[in-house]
Write a protein that binds this ligand. Sequence first.
Ligand SMILES: CC(C)(COP(=O)(O)OP(=O)(O)OC[C@H]1O[C@@H](n2cnc3c(N)ncnc32)[C@H](O)[C@@H]1OP(=O)(O)O)[C@@H](O)C(=O)NCCC(=O)NCCSC(=O)C[C@H](O)C(=O)O
Ligand SMILES: [Mg+2]
Length: 289
Amino acid sequence: MAETTTFRPRRSVLYMPSSNERALEKAKTLPVDALILDLEDAVAPDAKAQARENAAAAVTSGEYGAKELTIRINGADTEWHADDLKAAAAAGPAAIVVPKVNSADAVRTLVDAFDAAGVPETTALWAMIESPYAILHAEEIAAASDRLTVLVLGTNDLVKELYVDHVPGRTNLVASLQLAVLAARATGKVVLDGVYNDVKDVDGYLAEVAQGRDFGFDGKTIIHPGQIEGANAGFAPSPEAVEKAQGLIAAWEEGAGKGVVTYQGKMVENLHVESAKRTLSIAEAIAAL
Ligand SMILES: CC(C)(COP(=O)(O)OP(=O)(O)OC[C@H]1O[C@@H](n2cnc3c(N)ncnc32)[C@H](O)[C@@H]1OP(=O)(O)O)[C@@H](O)C(=O)NCCC(=O)NCCSC(=O)C[C@H](O)C(=O)O
Ligand SMILES: [Mg+2]
């Protein structure tokens, strides 16, 4: 289940309350890379059972095209966790998203629980990193199992646990975001940025998308259809970046055998060529969607 072998775009990963049947229907046509069918925070306690059924039915419906379908279950310390896991195991989504994963031991316990519940091997574990303790142990969490393929930042819970507010530019989260990206890169995992709550603030949202991309996130979790386009564009290589990557590779190949060439006046070494090739392979994977 290594994520590094085949690249799968996860620019836009949309949460939706699995109790919201209208949203579940609408999502079939939305151009997102992945969906998180939520059973946790977005679903009221008295709607949990129906949401569980809806999420399982969505996963097995075959009506969501190529979108990667995941189910976010309730945390291991809740009364709903066991039933959620059982339903998700039977449905077999691409991944089960588990909130508030705080340690490597918690990952190992979850993987054992997946096996005990009969979760298919094709279903990965996506772990949500959303507490100060989890941030400080993100590398251990990420490395704890091959089954864990994606780290998902939960910035609402993180802000709550840090006793801070959401501020423009996320200056109070910079260290946390960077640690999460470092942990993912050090262990070969995918890492998704947290959500932007103000669904009407387009400028603020796009600034946060750009910030997440610059930090090195692979994509953004989102909460509203209006946020899809910004994430899809922000986490895809721009046409200029693709053109530059092609030119850089061509310049390198023309200077065959030299350890260093220049492109557009700048030094190019093999490591820059590797980055350019990565850019092109991401662009190709997106084009192939
Ligand atoms: C945020 C919302 C409650 C806003 O809902 P609403 O006011 O109904 O939005 P609109 O009227 O603008 O909706 C327009 C149409 O789009 C559909 N819609 C809206 N949201 C979604 C969605 N997420 N997925 C699919 N479709 C959606 C509406 O049904 C309308 O459709 P139509 O009538 O046919 O035109 C709402 O957007 C929402 O509930 N969002 C998801 C909230 C959620 O899942 N939250 C939990 C995860 S966030 C989190 O906490 C992460 C982490 O744990 C952390 O700690 O940070
Ligand atoms: Mg959360």
